[in-house]
Design a protein around this ligand. Structure first.
Ligand code: UDP
Ligand code: MG
Length: 336
């Protein structure tokens, strides 16, 4: 970026659920960071924090109101009730007004100074910048193993996901507009955002302990999110049923041949065995296989109902570039 151009307005989106213990400190630290970035002319003085209260039951909202009354740097949104981290995050992303948005948790576990690096990556032309944890030493052994196993499983099922990246990321206005066009209700942002495309980058950081308070992600919510991640993106579990049915079917055919052999060529056949046991296997196999076939259609219907956008245009060249696409080119592109 050249010195003469106005820098971008940055919105930092922070979902908050019962975060009264950390919020004042979070706002203080992030506010300080924004100020120093403004003085380096990296971001515009209108840059701000967008705190989304996800239906907290404690003093989170009064604190947000108070902080926003005191400082232009702080803005707040209050959801009507607790809708969960992903929805709170989306509410912030869709409503924050900055040219560039960074999402981060309220608990200061993610190294906030990385935001500066993210913004620099944006200026070098990246529209989505992922914050990636270097190692998980601050997580418990259980959380580390399950989380890494889960990322592995997801990638095996064909879900495109950034390893060890949570929801700490920068998105340009264009990427946000793209995200807006995903209309699905079961939100798993980590899975959706890599499907948008555009130029992306990763920045690495160490994850710290929670600054104060307890995790707002109990095992139950974590499992629900994990399940959403699989079922919102992958029809592999349904295929698995079809595969299982096929295996049982083939297996029962083999046993039938074996039983027939015994009946024809030996005199060890147990009367009634083949006629009562074989149909069980055979029918079982056919039933599960049929379920799998139905599952295959259900998965198509499911994917259709999502009405996901099929493509986004990144840039155009030649004549087309000057016409309709011009309206999509925003002032921020010129900064790249
Ligand atoms: N959060 C939220 N709604 C919820 C649960 C969590 O907005 O229902 C927010 C929470 O305030 C925090 C972020 O999501 O800013 C991540 O939660 P937490 O740090 O407790 O999760 P962990 O780091 O333990 O996975
Ligand atoms: Mg946390």
């Amino acid at each position: 970026m050249s010195e003469t151009e106005t820098p971008i307005v940055l919105s930092v989106v922070i979902p908050c659920y019962n975060e009264e213990e950390v919020l004042p400190e979070t706002v203080k630290q992030l506010g300080g960071l924004l100020e120093s970035m403004v003085s380096e002319n990296l971001i515009h003085p209108d840059s701000h924090l967008c705190l989304v209260d996800d239906g907290s039951k404690d003093n989170t909202w009064p604190i947000i109101k108070e902080l926003s009354a005191k400082s232009n740097q702080v803005r707040g949104l209050k959801l009507a009730r607790n809708r969960g981290h992903q929805n709170a995050l989306l509410a912030g992303l869709e409503n924050a007004e900055g040219d560039v948005l960074v999402s981060i948790d309220a608990d200061l576990q993610d190294d906030i100074t990385v935001i500066r690096t993210m913004v620099k990556e944006y200026y070098s032309g990246n529209e989505i910048v992922y914050g990636v944890r270097k190692k998980r030493t601050t997580d418990s052994f259980f959380k580390r193993v399950t989380a890494e196993g889960y990322y592995y499983l997801l990638s095996k099922m064909g879900v495109n996901i950034v390893f060890n990246h949570a929801d700490y990321r920068l998105m340009s206005r264009r990427a946000i507009e793209a995200l807006r066009r995903y209309e699905e209700v079961n939100l798993f942002l980590r899975g959706i955002i890599p499907t948008i495309g555009f130029s992306t980058a990763e920045v690495y950081y160490d994850r710290a302990e929670r600054f104060a308070g307890e995790s707002k992600y109990p095992l139950k919510k974590m499992l629900a999110l994990a399940l959403d991640g699989v079922t919102s993106f992958s029809a592999v579990p349904l295929r698995f049923i079809a595969g299982l049915g096929l295996i049982i079917f083939i297996f029962s055919m083999l046993i039938s041949i074996w039983a027939l052999g015994i009946r024809l060529f030996t005199d060890e056949a147990i009367p009634g065995w083949a006629s009562s046991v074989l149909p069980m296997y055979l029918l079982g196999g056919i039933q599960i296989l049929s379920l799998g076939v139905i599952g295959e259609y259900v998965s198509k219907v499911y994917m259709e109902t999502k009405r996901r956008p099929r493509y986004f245009i990144e840039r155009a060249a030649g004549n087309a570039a000057g016409t309709k696409l011009q309206s999509q080119k925003t002032k921020y592109r010129t900064l790249a």
